[in-house]
Write a protein that binds this ligand. Structure first.
Ligand SMILES: Nc1nc2c(ncn2[C@@H]2O[C@H](COP(=O)(O)OP(=O)(O)O)[C@@H](O)[C@H]2O)c(=O)[nH]1
Ligand SMILES: [Mg+2]
Length: 207
């Protein structure tokens, strides 16, 4: 559920850019940050989860309102599964699962960034399965999550990327809205972002 502040008549929708490391999550967040910088917008900031783990986020106020309620968006990147080479700290899969578990409590919409490059197909399927398993343990079904997909890195040569038809078949079996994107230029990203905002607002109005 989005965070509702009755006093200031404000609702906060939280969108997570989720995906494999190097899929284009940070690039996506940076592009959207640039595009919305005309609105009341905070700088990109790291929030600390634990000593070795943090995630990137920013917030902005939408120019649109729902009735007379102001809408704030908080956009962030899912925490990565990586170890800290500088100090030798090794992150375990359980650490990662517990990060995703904690973060799912603070999310209203998820934009799943899929790296379209052929060698990452299986890992992309694994990333979606992880989301499904963690949701399941929380008593949620993956269908309860508000999900939009970006087929990212579509600018790369045809031979190195998976056909969209195959991606749709293998990954988008839920038939959620999906968009071909290039996060380094921003191509296709605004429609994906707007769709996610629209779905969150519709769900909010309905409840
Ligand atoms: N060609 C291409 N490269 C991309 C695209 N999106 C991200 N990258 C590159 O992939 C690498 C990882 O991107 P980043 O946004 O840091 O991924 P993150 O680890 O998910 O945050 C960087 O070198 C980006 O420039 C894209 O759409 N096309
Ligand atoms: Mg990153």
């Amino acid at each position: 559920m989005p965070i509702i502040n009755q006093n200031s008549k404000q609702v906060c929708f939280r969108i997570m850019y989720y995906g494999l490391p190097l899929s284009g999550r940070t690039s996506s967040l940076e592009i959207i940050h640039k595009k919305v910088s005309n609105y009341v917008c905070k700088e990109l900031t790291h929030e600390i989860i634990t000593k070795h783990r943090d995630y990137l986020y920013f917030e902005f106020i939408s120019p649109n309102k729902i009735n007379d309620i102001t809408i704030k968006y908080r956009l962030f990147v899912s925490p990565s599964f990586h170890s800290c080479f500088a100090c030798g700290h090794h992150m375990t899969l359980d650490d990662h699962i517990s990060d995703i578990d904690a973060i799912l409590d603070r999310v209203d919409g998820i934009i799943f960034i899929v790296d379209s490059q052929k060698p990452t197909l299986e890992d992309n399927i694994g990333a979606l399965n992880l989301l499904k398993d963690v949701s399941h343990k929380k008593g949620l079904s993956i269908e309860d999550l508000l999900l939009v997909i970006q087929w990212n890195k579509r600018d790369l040569e045809d031979e190195s990327i998976v056909d969209v038809e195959k991606l749709e078949r293998e990954i988008n079996y839920l038939s959620v809205p999906s968009y071909e994107t290039t996060a380094v230029t921003g191509e296709g990203m605004i429609p994906a972002f707007k769709k996610c905002m629209e779905l969150m607002e519709d769900r909010f109005i309905d409840c």
